[in-house]
Write a protein that binds this ligand. Sequence first.
Ligand code: MG
Length: 255
Amino acid sequence: MIDWTAYEAVLFDLDGVITATARLHAASWKRMFDDYLRGRASARGEPFRPFEMPGDYARFVDGRPRYDGVRTFLASRGITLDDGDPDDAPGGETVCGLGNRKNAMFADLLAGEGVEVYDGSLAVVRHLLRNGVRAAVVSSSRSCEAILRAAGLADLFELRVDGQLAAQRGLAGKPAPDTFVYAARVLGVDPSRAVVVEDAIAGVEAGRAGGFGLVVAIDRTGETEALARAGADHVVTDLGDTLTNGDETAPPEAR
Ligand SMILES: [Mg+2]
């Protein structure tokens, strides 16, 4: 369905695209924000309004760098906190403190549940590499390397642009296109000759803003319309479905 070999490189988001870790991120965000909102509401004698799934996650948090996600969601509720410092203790009432609390919860979930890989996505990566198309991972996550390692995929991608590298280089996070554009430049490929694969609205917007040749969205949460509106050329539920029937990489039942 998609002729991947018409492009020189494909830039993959990680969480929710290659690994099923978006679910763990979403659960950690919800637990952290609900704890915070419940405490804040009871201290102020206001009704508690929980973090809504999938809406609040999809619109304000998914795909963005961690502290941007905290800031963007709180702003949607009219709450402004001091940024604080990345060294803030998890749970301190600052943007960084809340982000760090979420990260601690995510690390616990990851250690308990392990990392599941999407077979359809892996089939596409292998198809690309066999056909000489370059493959890179571009993730907002500072845990990107640890997740790839836990999934046994540490050596699959020739380039990794993650939250740590973005912070070092001062690259703006998704929905800004900077991390994807940076990855294309390092590979020496013009964005018009490259594909972005994303599961987040912010990530699709980044691919669109970067002038990429194709933006493919994977809908993991029933947000197909929002992903298309954000600029995805294709929205699929399993990336493996984009491999044409009869392709050597398609599962036998699909041939
Ligand atoms: Mg994602």
